[in-house]
Design a binder for this molecule. Structure first.
Ligand SMILES: Nc1ncnc2c1ncn2[C@@H]1O[C@H](COP(=O)(O)OP(=O)(O)OP(=O)(O)O)[C@@H](O)[C@H]1O
Length: 910
C-alpha cells in the first residue's frame, strides 16, 4: 500500500496532476468496483427472471400437446406419495395471522416459481405476537429488507425470524427488566470505549512528556493515568456482571415460556410418545436454552463494543491524521476496505459451524439420555447383569460425540490459521501503513499551513513552535495512533470472532426454535412422526368396519400430507362415557381396534379383559385424552373427574403427604378442607397407616419409588383414589401385587364412595365388583355384555376343575398301562403296545397316536356330554388336543429310551 501511495506521488510529480486528485480517483475506482460487486446479484436475478418469462411463453405454445402426459404423470405421483403443497413444503402452515410468516410466504412463493425443490422443515411457527405496533413494524421492515438483500448478503433470514421470535420471548416489552439491563450494559460499553480512547491519548501524552523531559507534566499525567484505572477496572467488571445478569434474565424468560408450553395439554407426554421430532427434550430444555441465552448476552457485548470501538477509533484516527496534515480519507478508506475484504474471505472459507454445533449438541443430548436411562433402570440392569452392554452403548454414544467434536476441531484448525493470518498479520501491516502514511506522506510545510489555517495564526510563528515540538509531537502521535490501532485491531478481531459465535448461535437458535415449534404444534394436537405413513390409507373411511377384520385392511386414519389427522370429535363435561365409532390407533398408526362404540353410564362398573397387546391400556389413553381420537365421537366427563391408576403408580419428589394427595399441592389439600387425620383414615383403609410412623411422619422426604414395596405403592395408588374421589376410576391392573382380601376391601370402599370402576384385570376375584364386561379378542374385535359374576365364576371353576382332571390323564393312563402289563390283559382304552422289542419312534408313532386318541376320544365324549351346553367347549377341545400331543410326546420319549414301564419321573413330568 505504501508503494502504491508513493507511486501515486511520483505520478503526480511527473504529470503535474495534483496528488489529491489522484488519490480521489483511486478511491472512486475502488468504490465503483465495490458497488458493482454489490449490484451483481440483482442484475443476475433480473436476467434470470427475464429468462424465466421467455421460457414460460415458449412452453405455453406447447401446452396443448404435453397436457395429457403431464396429467398422467401427476396422478401417478399423487398415488405414490401425497405431494405436500407449498405451505407444507415450507413447514409454514400455522399461524395465518403472523405477519413475519406472511412475508416468508410472499418471498418463498416468488422463489418457488423457479425452484421447486422442497426445503427442509422450518421452525418458524412459534412464539407470542408482538403487541407493540412500532416494534412489530420495525421487525417487519427488517425481515423485508433482509429478504430483498438476501442474494447480496447470503443472510439466513430464517435465523433472523427465529431470533425475532425468541427476542419477543426474552424481552417481552420495553418496560421489562431485560431492557433496563440492556440499557445499563450499553452505557457501560460506550463508557468503556471512550475510556479506551482517553487512555490511549493519555499514553501518547505521557510519552511526549518523556521525550520533552518535562517532569511536572509527566507526574500530573501519571496521576491521571492511575486515577483513571479505578473507573476503567470497575467498568470492565461491570460489563461482565451485566452480561451474566442479562444471560440469566434471558434464560429465565425462555425457561418459563418453555415450561408453560411443555406442561400445557400434557405436551410432556405427547412430545415423546406421539411425536418423533424431538430426541432429547431434557437436553434441549436445560443445556440448549442455557447455551443459547449465554451466547445471546455475550454476542450482544462482543458485537456492540467492538462496533462502538471501531467507529470511535476511525473517527479519532481521521481527526488525528488531519491534525498531522494528511489528506484524511485514504487511511480510513484503506482500513475499511481491508477489513471488508477480510470478512468476505473468512465468510467464504468458514465451515458450517452452525450445523456442526447443532449436531454436536444432539450427540451430547444422546449421551446424556443414555446416562439417565442407566440411572433410572439401575436395578433392572443390575439384576440382568447388563452392565457390559450398557457400557458398550455408552461408549458408542461417547465415541460418536468425540467424532463430531473432532470434525469441528479439524475444521477449526485451518479456519483459525486463516483467521490469524488475515487478522493478525494483514491488519497489523495495514495499521503500520495507516500510522506511517500521515507522517511520511505529509510535508512539514503543509502541516504547518493547515494548522495555521485552523488556529488562525501566522505561519512563521507557528513554524518556530512546531520545529521545537515536532519530534515530541510525532512521538505522541505514533504512540497514540499505535494504541488506538491496537485497540481497533483487537475490536475488529473480536468482531470477526463474533461472526463465528454468531454461526454457532444459528445452530442453537434453530434447536431452541425447533423445540418451541414442536411444543406448540403438539400442544395443539399436531403430531409428526418419522416412518408412519402407510400407503392405501390416504382418505378417511366412514364405513363401519366388521369385527375381526384384519387390522391392516381398515383405513380409519385420515392422512394429510403424510401426517395422521385426528378427525374425531371429543366433548367433555358429561357424566357418562360414550364412544361412537372410535378407533384405537397407536402412535405408530397401527390400528389395534378399528371401531369402538359403547356407553358407560354412572350406574355401571366395567371390567375389561383380553389378551396382551389387544388395546386395553390404549383405550384408557384415549379416554384420558393422551392419545388423539382419529375418528368418531368421544363424550366423556372432564379429565378431573376421571382418575387413572397404573400398575406402577408414580412416586413424586416430596413428602409422604404429597405422595398421597398427588397431584394436589398441600395448599389445595387445605383449601379442600382435608386434614392429616383424614389422610391417616385413608391410609388406614388401604392398610398403610404404619408407613407414616415407620417413615418418620407426614413430612418425611425420601425416594419413595425405592423405599416402598410394589404392593405398598399400589395401595398408595388406591389411597390417592379415595382422596380424590373422582366419578370414574380407570384402574389398569393397579392391584396385581396386593393380596386378594385387601384388594376386595379396597374395591368395596371405592364403590361405597360412589366411584364408577373401569378395571383392566386378569384376576377373577375382581369380577364380582363389576356389572359389565368389555372383552377384546386381540384381532380388533370386542364385545360388551352384562357381567353375571356368579355364573361366570361357576363356569370358571368348572373350567379349572376340568383342566386339573385332564392334567391327571397321562398318569392315569400310565397306571392303566402298568396294570395291563401286570395282568397281561388288554384294555379297550389302550391298544396293545409291543413292549418286547423297542422300535423307532417313527414306527411307533401311529400306534401311540391311536392309543392316545382312544383315550382322548373317550374323554371327549364324556366332556361333551357334561359340558356341551357350556361356552367353554372350544377351550376344552383345545385342552384335549394338547393333552393328546403331550401323551404322544411322552410315549415317544419312553420308547426311544427303551423303557418298558413308565418310570416315576415321567409321571412327575406329566
Ligand atoms: N407409545 C406407544 N407407541 C407405539 N405403540 C404403542 C405404544 N403404546 C402401546 N403401543 C402398542 O399398542 C398396542 C396395544 O397396547 P396396550 O398397552 O393397549 O395393550 P394392552 O391390551 O394393555 O396389553 P397388556 O395386557 O399387555 O397391558 C400394542 O401393540 C403396543 O405395542
Amino acid at each position: 500500500m505504501t508503494t502504491v501511495l508513493s507511486k501515486l506521488r511520483d505520478l503526480s510529480d511527473r504529470t503535474g496532476v495534483p496528488y489529491n486528485h489522484l488519490t480521489r480517483a483511486l478511491s472512486g475506482a475502488v468504490v465503483t468496483l465495490f458497488a458493482a460487486k454489490l449490484s451483481y446479484p440483482y442484475v443476475r436475478k433480473y436476467i434470470l427472471e427475464t429468462e424465466d418469462e421467455t421460457v414460460e411463453l415458449r412452453t405455453k405454445s406447447k401446452k396443448y400437446t404435453t397436457n395429457e402426459y403431464n396429467n398422467k404423470s401427476c396422478k401417478t405421483h399423487i398415488k405414490i406419495t401425497s405431494k405436500p403443497d407449498n405451505d407444507q413444503m415450507l413447514g409454514l402452515e400455522e399461524n395465518p395471522n403472523d405477519v413475519l410468516l406472511k412475508i416468508v410466504h410472499h418471498y418463498e412463493d416468488r422463489t418457488l416459481k423457479r425452484d421447486l425443490r422442497s426445503p427442509s422443515e422450518r421452525y418458524l411457527t412459534f412464539g407470542p405476537e408482538r403487541s407493540n405496533v412500532i416494534l412489530a413494524k420495525i421487525e417487519e421492515l427488517l425481515v423485508r429488507l433482509l429478504y430483498e438483500i438476501r442474494h447480496l448478503t447470503g443472510f439466513n433470514v430464517d435465523f433472523v425470524i427465529q431470533m425475532i421470535k425468541l427476542i419477543r420471548i426474552m424481552v417481552p416489552n420495553l418496560a421489562s427488566r431485560e431492557v433496563l439491563l440492556l440499557v445499563m450494559h450499553t452505557i457501560s460499553l460506550i463508557s468503556r470505549t471512550f475510556l479506551s480512547i482517553y487512555v490511549a491519548n493519555l499514553d501518547g501524552q505521557v510519552v511526549k512528556q518523556i521525550v520533552r523531559r518535562d517532569l511536572v507534566q509527566f507526574v500530573t499525567l501519571m496521576s491521571k493515568w492511575l486515577l483513571i484505572a479505578v473507573p476503567a477496572t470497575f467498568l470492565n467488571s461491570l460489563i461482565r456482571f451485566l452480561e451474566s445478569k442479562l444471560a440469566l434474565a434471558f434464560r429465565t424468560r425462555l425457561v418459563k415460556y418453555a415450561y408453560n408450553q411443555y406442561f400445557n395439554n400434557e405436551t410432556y407426554y405427547s412430545v415423546s410418545n406421539l411425536d418423533g421430532r424431538l430426541e432429547n427434550v431434557d437436553h434441549s430444555l436445560t443445556d440448549d436454552i442455557t447455551t443459547f441465552a449465554g451466547h445471546c448476552a455475550h454476542l450482544y457485548s462482543s458485537v456492540t463494543k467492538p462496533l462502538l470501538d471501531v467507529s470511535m477509533i476511525l473517527l479519532t484516527l481521521f481527526t488525528m491524521s488531519r491534525q498531522m496534515g494528511s489528506y484524511g480519507m485514504s487511511g480510513p478508506l484503506l482500513g475499511t476496505t481491508i477489513v471488508f475484504c477480510t470478512h468476505l474471505i473468512l465468510r467464504k472459507c468458514s465451515p458450517q459451524f452452525g450445523r456442526l454445533v447443532s449436531e454436536e449438541a444432539r450427540h451430547k443430548g444422546f449421551l446424556r439420555s443414555v446416562h439417565a436411562r442407566v440411572i433410572t433402570n439401575a436395578e433392572e440392569i443390575a439384576f440382568y447383569r447388563g452392565g457390559e452392554i450398557e457400557q458398550t452403548v455408552l461408549e458408542r454414544a461417547y465415541a460418536s460425540l468425540v467424532k463430531q467434536m473432532n470434525v469441528i476441531s479439524n475444521q477449526k484448525l485451518w479456519y483459525i490459521m486463516l483467521e490469524q493470518m488475515l487478522m493478525k498479520y494483514l491488519w497489523s501491516a495495514t495499521g503500520m501503513v495507516l500510522i506511517a502514511a500521515p507522517i511520511m506522506l505529509t510535508s512539514s510545510k503543509k502541516r504547518v499551513k493547515l494548522l495555521a489555517e485552523e488556529n488562525k495564526l501566522e505561519v512563521e510563528g507557528l513554524q518556530a513552535i512546531l520545529t521545537t515540538d515536532d519530534i515530541s509531537d510525532r512521538t505522541q502521535y505514533m504512540m497514540t495512533a499505535k494504541n488506538i490501532l491496537m485497540s481497533s485491531s483487537d475490536a475488529l478481531e473480536r468482531l470477526l470472532s463474533s461472526y463465528k459465535e454468531l454461526i454457532e448461535l444459528v445452530g442453537y437458535t434453530n434447536r431452541v426454535s425447533k423445540m418451541f415449534t414442536v411444543f406448540e404444534q403438539v400442544g395443539r394436537g399436531q403430531y409428526k412422526r418419522v416412518n408412519v405413513v402407510k400407503s392405501g390409507s390416504e382418505s378417511p373411511q366412514s364405513s363401519s368396519p366388521k369385527l375381526n377384520k384384519s387390522k391392516s385392511e381398515l383405513p380409519v386414519i385420515a392422512l394429510k400430507n403424510g401426517v395422521p389427522e385426528p378427525k374425531g370429535i371429543v366433548s367433555e363435561g358429561k357424566d357418562f362415557i360414550r364412544l361412537v365409532n372410535v378407533p384405537v390407533v397407536t402412535p405408530n398408526c397401527d390400528v389395534v381396534v378399528p371401531c369402538l362404540s359403547f356407553m358407560i353410564t354412572n350406574d355401571m362398573h366395567l371390567l375389561i379383559t383380553g389378551p396382551n397387546g389387544c388395546g386395553k391400556s390404549s383405550l384408557f389413553r384415549i379416554l384420558a385424552g393422551l392419545w388423539p381420537v382419529f375418528n368418531g365421537i368421544l363424550e366423556r366427563p372432564h379429565t378431573r373427574d376421571m382418575f387413572y391408576i397404573p400398575q406402577r403408580p408414580y412416586m413424586s419428589i416430596g413428602t409422604l403427604r404429597e405422595q398421597l394427595i398427588y397431584p394436589d399441592s398441600v395448599e389445595e389439600m387445605h383449601s379442600k378442607g382435608y386434614t392429616d387425620a383424614y389422610l391417616a383414615d385413608i391410609l388406614d383403609s388401604v392398610k398403610l397407616k404404619d408407613v407414616v410412623k415407620r417413615e418418620g411422619g407426614w413430612d418425611a422426604k425420601a425416594d419413595w419409588k425405592d423405599i416402598l414395596s410394589g404392593g405398598e405403592k399400589q395401595r398408595l395408588g388406591m389411597a390417592r383414589l379415595f382422596y380424590h374421589r373422582p366419578q370414574f376410576a380407570l384402574l389398569d391392573e393397579c392391584t396385581s401385587a396386593v393380596s386378594i382380601d385387601i384388594e376386595g376391601e379396597m374395591y368395596e370402599r371405592a364403590k361405597l364412595f360412589g366411584i364408577n370402576l373401569i378395571t383392566i384385570t386378569h384376576r377373577p376375584s375382581l369380577w364380582k365388583f363389576h356389572t359389565h364386561l368389555l372383552q377384546f379378542d386381540g384381532e380388533g374385535g370386542w364385545r360388551l355384555e352384562p357381567l353375571d359374576a356368579t355364573s361366570r365364576l361357576t363356569l370358571k371353576e368348572q373350567k379349572d376343575q376340568l383342566e386339573r382332571e385332564l392334567s391327571e390323564l397321562p398318569s392315569k393312563q400310565q397306571q392303566l398301562q402298568q396294570l395291563c402289563n401286570l395282568l397281561g390283559e388288554d384294555s379297550h382304552l389302550i391298544s396293545k403296545v409291543d413292549q418286547q422289542s423297542p422300535c423307532s419312534s417313527r414306527n411307533l408313532s401311529p400306534k401311540v397316536d391311536s392309543s392316545t386318541s382312544a383315550i382322548g376320544n373317550a374323554v371327549t365324549a364324556s366332556v361333551e356330554e357334561e359340558y356341551h351346553s357350556l361356552e367353554l367347549y372350544d377351550e376344552h377341545q383345545n385342552l384335549i388336543d394338547s393333552t393328546n400331543i403331550k401323551l404322544i410326546e411322552k410315549s415317544i420319549t419312553m420308547q426311544t429310551n427303551g423303557h418298558v414301564q413308565f418310570s416315576d419321573n415321567i409321571q412327575v413330568n406329566s
